[in-house]
Design a protein. Sequence first.
Length: 750
Amino acid sequence: MILIKFLKKLTLTAAFFFLTFTFHCCSPTDYEEPKVSLDSYYIEEGFQLESICSEPFIEAPVTMDFDNKGRIWVVEMRGYMQNLEGTGEEMPNGRITILEDFDKDGITDHAKVFMENLILPRAIAHVYGGLLYAEPPKLWFVDIQDDKPVNKVLVDAHYTHGGNVEHQPNGLMMHIDNWIYNAKSSARYQRKNGKWIKESTRFRGQWGISRDNFGRIYYNNNSTQLIGDYVLPNTSSKNKHQLISESLGKRTINNNRVFPLHATAVNRGYIPGRLDKDSILINITAACGPVIYRGDKFPSSYNQNAFVCAPEANLIKRNVLDFSQTRTKGQQAIPKKEFLASTDEGFRPVNLFNGPDGNLYIVDMHRGIIQDKAFLTPYLKNLYAKRQLDTVIGMGRILKVSPKNSKQEPFTNLDRLTVPDWVALLKHSNGWLRDRAQHILIYRFEEIAIPALKKMVFEKHAYAQTHALQTLEGLHALDFYFLSKVLSEVDNIETLSHALVISENYASKEALDTFIKCLHTLELKNNATLDIYIANSLGNWLAHSKEKTFSILAKIQNKYPKDNLYNEAIISSLRNYEEDFLLYLEKEKLTENQLTYLVKETIAEKNDTNHQRAKDRKTSASLKAGEKIFKNICATCHGTKGQGISSLAPPLKNSEYVNGPSERLALIVLHGLSGPIHVNGKLYNLSATMPGLVNNVRYNDYDIANLINYLQHNFAGKKATTSKRSIKKLRLLKPQQGVYTEKELLNRKY
């Protein structure tokens, strides 16, 4: 009775959140296994789909990870868009939950809350015997004791930098090189000798991250289903002044067509070409959570296929990748047919994972509203309300895809194995087990495994060779003598490529001649992939002999004169020696070519006068405020230096839209822009639509004016002229189709 009287005094929204929060805090963790109907789900022939966990055990899951016992840990972002207004996001109702299966039938029958009272948690990873987790803006690490968090350590106070919940780092993928990588981030992490290290890496993607068996990283953005790097991370991008366009962030699959089973509720569906005549989505608009399948339960033809979530269309795509060339490319597996699709509009797959059992796991947020309030247009808001999708809340699923008629198999607790067992797992056909065995050996620092690992490097087993080599690196058990032996005796191209990358850390004057001899041997293999890593691994050796290393770089360039994949690898090694290399080419009477042009471009970037503009920014409060907004919402697509990001957004530097009238730039920032668009004479036919800030309550007229002034000052050298009053007027100049097009912008008078 007292509770009822109290609730009557609250607003309807406040009462809803009070009850929701009270239920969450008091909800039990044991239930009968819930039955979930999957009759409206259609999966590719030969596979079966199971719901292995659902509400009330979990709500609004966004990511997951497996521990060494094979248990699933789920991140629940319960505060995300609980209604059409998006109120309540600041509530501490997020959780990290451990799912358990006591009767071993593969279905969750118990849920244990590991951590609660979190605000919009977004990522976890079981590393170093504990749990790494992200609760914006911070990244934390905790040890695990009796399934409880202990010894909480702050890893990074600035893991995220504010901004919209859709545009913050996530992923936390432990990679084969023993570094932890992220999506929507340019940072990677590692713990050495008990201390956390943060390093700069290439900015990647938006939501979700994965890798292939070799170690190339894959990700995506909303409108591009799969983007990938053609090279191993932090190899062809070591020169901080080079402008990379060919080796990283490449569209792996050109076709972004989707085939939903029903009319689709998507943002800006009124834009021509977004929906067909039956209101069915044509191209993907919310790609996320990609995974390269590295399990061992699917047929061999599915090995290293790329699966991608399309939650706005209630489906999951499957693409076949081709690794036979230096540039990985892919295409839809079955024309006009998705791997998994549903007519259930609550089905919101947001992340995909390889499992310890070799199967594929789907994180289904199972929520009606998936568009954040910052970019929720009135059009979509009305559509959500009309379809009553705002009532699909308080739910969540973990789904498992396995071959038809396959049965649940018992999982062996990896913590109970011995060192020889973990070493043997490096040969396993399941990539998840190989990855976890490598990491266990490293974080436990099992030096006793070193002899067996060194022996394994020379065995004829491709996966095991590379994993063993990187495990030795993680155990600090490598030296140049051993690496030179690997470079001389191993035949596997992937292992040799990793060895070249690692060997740069062991560069010395004494080892130079031996290393050069190894390179001459590798050159005889005449392998296109290997040549890339010869080119990008010479940087630290240059200090010991420019002549000897320059000759190798020149030889590779001569072999691939018009291929910028090799030119970028060469420039990566040239850091701080660009001018010397040009003199060498001139001395050798080598004609100017594409490489020399790129080297000169790198030198120009190094000598850029923007450092003076950066100095000027410190004197202006308005420009400083604009810079902060730029980093939060613009840099993630256009690059921190305004250089643009391939397959995502054009450059701001040398852009007529930044250098032109401030009113035109303001209209883009306010109302958004849909391509294609020409920038500095180049056509950018990007499928992404840049969202405007006109409906974003977080940024007022003064904020937007500061942003525009910063953009024009920093990237065009123009004085700040935009005012709060002018932004207020420009808010009223709405485009014909919800967002501006290039034609409409250019036809306006300013």
